[in-house]
Design a protein around this ligand. Structure first.
Ligand code: ATP
Length: 455
């Protein structure tokens, strides 16, 4: 008989888990030892500690996840300070939320010794980069879409402020309840059925960003949005305009980072989510095709764009098929930086002028492209990656944009030309001649220079 999955085991009644055994399936021995050390600190502060959220969900689904969210029924910042004092690292506290991020120290071997775990490992022990520490809290919303009022509370209230039942599970790490799974809203059942369900009927209107989260998780986990949750989702779309551009943009970035990004955006289109963000925002299948071309990311290296965030490029590719005026309005709504806004609008402008660009000589094409952000020219390239114009754009990236004239200002000076604005024009003329194949070597360039000077 096949071994039972962890989810099947807990659903068949085993709600107290053998923590070391269960955590071993998801975490390195070093990280487990660290969790117990943190638990020890919490116990000294007489404050129960829980693993919560996505990590617990993914532990049960047997999906990899190293984002550890810990909730303490006490003061998370105080816990963080104690951890920092004992084990090192850095703490980023957020006083108004009662949360802190503990960045683990660089020296991982020393950390392992400090938590009292012996290791014969030669390689560096595996730890996450940081751990989120949260004081159990209750949140209330004055009006749809407002930021919540927060007050310290117990784990149950903390679970209740969460988005979906499958994200509201808590696994106790300390005291007599160590190993107990707290599941007051039947998240385990929804995990088994593959359902996303909100905890209460005001969930989406309290925080409409949960609408975007629902669609994202549904696509990632191949879950369905439970019917009454779906109904509430649709009727809460009208509150999307209460959400700041930054928050919506962040959610869209997360959508674009998903492996199933195309499905997420398709579904957002189908449910009217994109329209609720901005009337002109849409998703069409051609956009998916373009985004897929980005995936062998070696293209980015050729273009020198490998350090540009993946989501920035994805936004430009998504928007390039919309009219420039609509892009300007959407990027304003989503509070893009001026650079990103400029890049997205320029890409659409380039696309619109494609027929005339195709007719230009190499030098004229280069000078037109050089006026635009590289990311926008790259979008034009991906739109044309299967045709001749695309090959030209690829040459622009690899070769043409780096070409200069053989001669430089010193050569002009040596010829007795007085330095001035003409220098630039002359050198540009020489560069164009080189780009267009009019001159092929230094001698020919010198001959051209003489001609240019003598008018
Ligand atoms: P991922 O795997 O994408 O990181 P996650 O579930 O860990 O997913 P996070 O955004 O890291 O999601 O948030 C951690 C937890 O915080 C969630 O599991 C959920 O319980 C809670 N949470 C996050 N955002 C919201 C929200 N907008 N409303 C309610 N609860 C939220």
């Amino acid at each position: 008989m096949a071994p039972k999955t962890l989810l099947a085991e807990v659903l068949s009644g085993q709600k107290v888990l053998d923590l070391p055994k269960v955590l071993k399936k998801a975490l390195s021995p070093a990280t487990i030892a660290l969790l117990f050390a943190i638990g020890g600190e919490a116990e000294r502060q007489r404050a129960p500690l829980y693993l919560v959220g996505g990590f617990v969900r993914d532990l049960l689904l047997q999906r990899p996840n190293l984002d550890l969210d810990l909730v303490i029924e006490g003061d998370a910042i105080q816990l963080g300070r104690t951890l920092q004092k004992r084990f090192g690292g850095r703490l980023t506290p957020h006083q108004s939320f009662g949360t802190a991020v503990w960045w683990l120290p660089e020296d991982k071997k020393k950390l392992l010794r400090n938590i009292g775990s012996a290791s014969k490992q030669k390689s560096s022990p595996q730890f996450p980069e940081f751990i989120d520490l949260v004081s159990a809290r209750q949140e209330s919303y004055r009006r749809p879409g407002s930021l919540p009022d927060v007050k310290f509370a117990d784990i149950r209230a903390d679970q209740y402020r969460r988005d979906f039942t499958i994200n509201a599970l808590a696994l106790c790490l300390t005291g007599l309840r160590a190993g107990q799974l707290l599941d007051p809203w039947d998240g385990l059942r929804d995990l088994r059925r593959g359902l996303l369900r909100v905890l209460h009927s005001k969930s989406f209107s309290d925080d409409p960003t949960r609408i975007l989260r629902a669609v994202r998780f549904a696509a990632r986990l191949k879950f369905k949005i439970e019917p009454s949750t779906l109904k509430q989702l649709k009727s809460s779309l009208r509150f999307m305009n209460q959400i700041s551009g930054e928050r919506i943009r962040r959610e869209l970035e997360l959508a674009l980072e998903e492996e199933k990004r195309v499905q997420v955006l398709q579904q957002m289109q189908k449910l009217g989510v994109l329209k609720s963000i901005h009337a002109g925002l849409k998703w069409q299948s051609a956009m998916g095709a373009l985004l897929r071309r980005l995936i062998p990311s070696s293209a980015l290296q050729v273009w020198g764009l490998e350090n540009v965030p993946f989501t920035d490029i994805s936004f430009v590719l998504w928007f390039v098929q919309l009219p420039a005026s609509v892009i300007a309005a959407i990027t304003d709504r989503l509070r893009f930086t001026a650079d990103m806004r400029g890049g997205a609008v320029a890409a659409a402008r380039l696309r619109a002028s494609e027929p005339s660009l195709k007719k230009l000589s190499t030098s004229r094409l280069v000078s037109a492209l050089e006026r635009e952000p590289l990311i926008s020219v790259f979008a034009l390239y991906l739109l044309n990656s299967n045709n001749k114009f695309g090959q030209k754009l690829q040459r622009y990236a690899k070769e043409w944009r780096h070409i200069r004239s053989h001669l430089d200002g010193n050569d002009l000076k040596n010829l007795g030309l007085k330095p001035g604005p003409d220098y630039r024009n002359i050198l540009e003329r020489l560069r164009s001649a080189r780009l267009d194949g009019e001159v092929k070597n230094v001698a020919q360039e010198k001959a051209l220079l003489k001609k240019v000077i003598n008018g």
